[in-house]
Write a protein of this length. Structure first.
Length: 205
């Protein structure tokens, strides 16, 4: 397993260090992803992962993309308070993939979050002492002052690792695909999780 590429740690090496199940130790997604993400590693400024779980993936993104603000959305508050999530400095937000309204609201909050404040918690990438910054704190009550928050976030990378049902994947694609930056990457993981039974019937569960 390759650890360094062009003098920099590979995405998979970082993923193995943070313990994400996307690394070669488990699902082995990251080597494949790097073929697409490597060319935009230093130009990426906005990354979103839907489905934070233990926070190991958002921590990996924060270490891989040096210029990016990382966003982590989950439908439960626990993952947003996980140690790895906080250590990533990610901007976190509750969002329910079953509801388009909830996804749209999360996007609106991301739009209203001043980048200059939201990145303060990520100033020390990989430093366990760096505190994660919640959207509510970073937004300062809605991003009103001076027009700094009045913009539309365009994502360089979106990873849907959420509820893994057809409805939630379609909802996320509908809400988020229009916001993918030109040349960006949208990943929907674990499509096989929607398969039910030997006949391969699509269902929601």
């Amino acid at each position: 397993m390759r650890r360094v590429k062009f003098g920099l740690p590979t995405l998979d090496h970082i993923g193995r260090e943070t313990g994400t199940d996307k690394s070669a130790f488990q699902h082995d997604f990251l080597t494949f992803y790097e073929a697409f993400l490597g060319p935009i590693r230093f130009s990426t400024t906005e990354v979103l992962e839907v489905g934070v779980k233990g926070g190991a993936s958002v921590l990996a993104w924060s270490r891989y993309f040096p210029c990016a603000r990382i966003h982590g959305w989950d439908n439960k508050p626990g993952p947003l308070r996980a140690q790895a999530t906080l250590g990533s400095g990610a901007v976190t937000q509750l969002a329910d993939q079953k509801s388009l309204a909830s996804l749209d609201a999360a996007c609106a909050v991301a739009d209203a979050t001043p980048r200059v404040n939201a990145t303060l918690g990520a100033s020390s990438r990989g430093d366990s002492g760096s505190a994660g910054r919640s959207v509510a704190a970073a937004a300062g009550g809605g991003g009103g002052g001076g027009g700094i928050g009045h913009r539309v976030v365009e994502w360089d990378l979106i990873v849907d690792d959420g509820l893994h049902s057809t409805v939630t994947m379609v909802n996320s694609l509908a809400a988020l695909w229009p916001r993918v930056r030109r040349g960006g990457v949208y990943v929907a993981e674990d499509l096989h999780a929607c398969l039910h039974g030997q006949r391969g019937r699509w269902c929601d569960h």
